[in-house]
Design a protein around this ligand. Structure first.
Ligand code: BGC
Length: 720
């Protein structure tokens, strides 16, 4: 169909089509049957703006269900739940005539300071990829397109429109790309949104390696690349690199610049036609409206999601769940004026908002206190603190991870008089729990929980359900402990990713740094026991039993160890399992091949034994096993320029070479072979060394055998 449509369009029409039409729609060309479609933020609810529009969350939008933002829902570790949220989002899109929802964001939380961490899932690419894929699967099952964003290396807000992320390819491939790669290869999102920033000097929107070589040619992305709003600097360069649709549009002169570039031969018309084809395919999704979505059911789903996203961090003396009949003091403004989402382009006008105070008051004997000195008069105090809206947002980064001074003072005042204080936290980015951590009897990390967060928190506190959230992000002791501390947010024009792949728990576990709560951590009101952990290269299997006296859910987490020089532990698989009291389940966690691979100019497996462990978190390992791996990489041809170590590692030359060297009495020092000590030297240079008595002739024979020349020579003779 594409070729027919493209053939019927003038150059000017084609150029117009790859530039947007206003803030939230694409260009229509009626004579060619091309509709204008509506695109909307996203990700955790719709932000449809009927009047005009903006991308900063300033203008009014139509009420829509506000589900927990990514930072919250990531803690559910529940892909089925997230897929159902995606379906609900898709239904609301269709009811509003929206063809593409701008999300999810799967950027890695490189630093806790990133102002937009509330919109991202995790510090871990495996978890981000699985959760992002579930989100996209749900949305797209409703015929609505998703927009995977922000590709790539958009890990800070400071200078986000211009900063160059200086990051090596291995780090991109192993840490910043995998979530995108997984979602693209498994779900084919309708669009991928390229980021504002530059990567190693080149704007993402103008980077042919990023958008064409990697995204399209390697990963097989078939949808349209959309620019982030205003990310295009040079429209012709961006089109040539692979940015199919510029948004918003039309920007002054850009369509003309494209037409002129084609006319002058500066831009290959095939590139324009390919982009037009993709925009036409996107437009063909249409805006078909369905009857209104069931907003009551969506509110209930938002509550279910919020409950599963709540992480119980600390629970001394069984203060939680709250016992019936207790007199409960409630303090902190968030209890009655909840903050449940972040600020900026993702800000949703909720259909309604539950408050924890009202939800608790419906069920228990609660009194809201303005005065902390009075908390002592109650059986237990529930203290709601966190980050106010102005402290974190799209557009700027935080400069510290502490709670505001007035909140810290409130915690100190309440805990000084009430030993049974439960601190309930509201925050998009991670906050420090110092210096007050030990003074709280219980700590509930509520992140940002969406419009039903208040009733969800009440359900968890009152014990309607056992909390089952697990941290998708490490809680460090201090900002100074975090891996990007010395490099974030750069010098204004560049930011160096000096920590490489050692981000989040990959860093803490590898260097042995203590953290307050590790990635993957979360308590429950019940307990789980594990038995019979068995591992193959394809899967880990274990029996999980709920040994407590109430129903609950456990997240089975499997990590693999890295070869030398790589993180000692990376998440390789997870499954959330719901168990009644006393119930057992045999759980299988698939281990994709990629979790054993590393990037070395291509994906490779380091041969040998690799640890596969079961963790209650990235830190607490409760069972360990290993698998034997073989390299999948074809053995490189040896030459005289190859390093001595390559000759020693080669399956043919290695044993021969060592025997030869031993026979000729190559000296050793302190047990280490001299050959090993000169491992990085090219063979050609070693042969020149005094005392090395290996005839090049012998090596030539070895080379021929090692590189299969003999076999290939015989094959050639036979073919004649
Ligand atoms: C944000 C995107 C958003 C877009 C449209 C940009 O500023 O980075 O995430 O989808 O605006 O509002």
């Amino acid at each position: 169909m594409g070729a027919v449509v493209v053939g019927s369009l003038t150059l000017e029409e084609k150029a117009a089509l790859v530039c947007g039409s206003g803030f939230w729609s694409t260009v229509a060309i009626p004579h060619a049957g091309i509709e204008s479609i509506v695109i909307s933020d996203g990700p955790h609810g719709l932000r449809v703006q009927p009047e005009g529009g903006d991308h900063l969350g300033l203008g009014e939008s139509v009420p829509a269900t506000c589900f927990p933002p990514a930072a919250g829902i990531a803690s559910s570790w529940n892909t089925d739940l997230i897929e159902r949220v995606g379906i609900a989002l898709g239904e609301e899109c269709r009811a509003q005539g929206v063809a593409v929802l701008l999300g999810p964001g799967v950027n890695i939380k490189r630093s806790p300071l990133c102002g937009r961490n509330f919109e991202y899932f995790s510090e871990d690419p495996f978890l981000s990829g699985r959760l992002g894929a579930a989100w996209v699967r749900g949305i797209q099952s409703q015929g609505v397109g998703a927009s995977l964003k922000h590709f790539a290396a958009n890990n800070q807000e400071t200078d986000r429109m211009t900063v160059s992320a200086e990051v090596d390819e291995r780090t991109l491939r192993e840490l910043y790309f995998p979530a995108f790669e997984h979602v693209v290869t498994t779900e084919q999102p309708a669009t991928v949104m390229c980021s504002y920033n530059r990567i190693n000097g080149t704007f993402a929107a103008e980077d042919p390696w990023l958008l064409t070589a990697v995204l399209r040619e390697e990963w097989g992305f078939a949808g349209a690349v959309v620019s982030d709003w205003g990310a295009v600097d040079d429209r012709v360069a961006s089109l040539s690199a692979g940015t199919d649709l510029e948004m918003p549009g039309p920007q002054h002169g850009n369509a003309t610049a494209i037409a002129d570039a084609v006319a002058s031969g500066a831009l290959d018309v095939e590139k324009l036609d390919a982009a037009v084809d993709r925009v036409v395919a996107l437009s063909a999704r249409g805006n078909a409206s369905l009857p209104a979505a069931d907003l009551d059911a969506h509110h209930d789903l938002a509550r279910e999601a919020a409950i599963e996203s709540t992480v119980l961090l600390r629970n001394e003396s069984g203060v939680l769940p709250l016992a019936p009949g207790q007199r409960i003091a409630v303090l902190g403004e968030f209890a009655r004026s909840p903050r449940f989402q972040g600020a900026g382009s993702s800000q949703v006008s909720p259909t309604r908002v539950d408050t924890a105070l009202d939800s608790l008051a419906d069920r228990a004997d609660v009194t809201f206190l303005d005065d902390p000195a009075r908390a002592a008069d109650f059986d237990v105090a529930l203290l709601f603190v966190g980050l106010p809206e102005g402290d974190e947002s799209e557009g700027f980064d935080r400069t510290h991870i502490d709670l505001p001074a007035d909140q810290l003072a409130l915690v100190a005042a309440v805990t000084a008089v009430q030993p049974r204080t439960v601190v309930i936290l509201t925050n998009g980015g991670v906050v420090s729990l110092e210096p007050w951590h030990d003074s709280a009897a219980a700590i509930v990390e509520g992140w940002l929980l969406g419009q039903a967060g208040g009733s969800a928190i009440a359900a968890v506190l009152l014990g309607d359900v056992s909390p089952s959230g697990r941290l998708a992000e490490t809680i460090p002791f201090r900002l100074q402990d975090t891996p990007a501390f010395l490099n974030f947010p750069g010098d204004g024009s560049t930011v160096r990713y000096g920590e490489g792949v050692f981000v989040g728990y990959r860093y803490y576990e590898t260097i042995g740094r203590d953290v307050r709560y590790p990635f993957g951590f979360g308590l429950s009101y019940t307990e789980f026991a594990y038995e019979e952990f068995a591992v193959t290269a394809d899967a880990a299997t274990v029996t999980v039993t709920n040994t407590g006296d109430r129903a609950g859910a456990e997240v089975v987490q499997v990590y693999v160890g890295g070869p030398a020089g790589r993180p000692v532990r990376t998440l390789a698989g997870f499954t959330k399992v719901f168990l009644e009291a006393g119930e057992s389940a045999r759980v299988t966690v698939p281990l994709p091949r990629r979790v054993f691979e590393h990037w070395d100019g291509g994906w490779d497996v380091e041969p040998g034994d690799r640890a596969v462990v079961l963790g209650r978190s990235a830190h607490e390992i409760i069972a360990a096993s290993s698998v034997a791996l073989e390299s999948t990489r074809p053995i490189a041809e040896l030459t005289f320029e190859s390093a001595v170590s390559d000759w020693l590692d080669h399956p043919v030359t290695g044993p021969v070479f060592r025997t030869l060297a031993r026979r000729q009495g190559t000296p050793t020092e302190g047990g280490a072979s001299v050959l090993d000590m000169v491992g990085s030297m090219p063979m050609r240079r070693l042969l020149r060394f005094p005392g090395v008595d290996i005839a090049p002739r012998q090596l030539l024979v070895l080379l021929a055998v090692a590189n299969n020349r003999v076999v290939r020579g015989i094959a050639r003779v036979l073919q004649r």
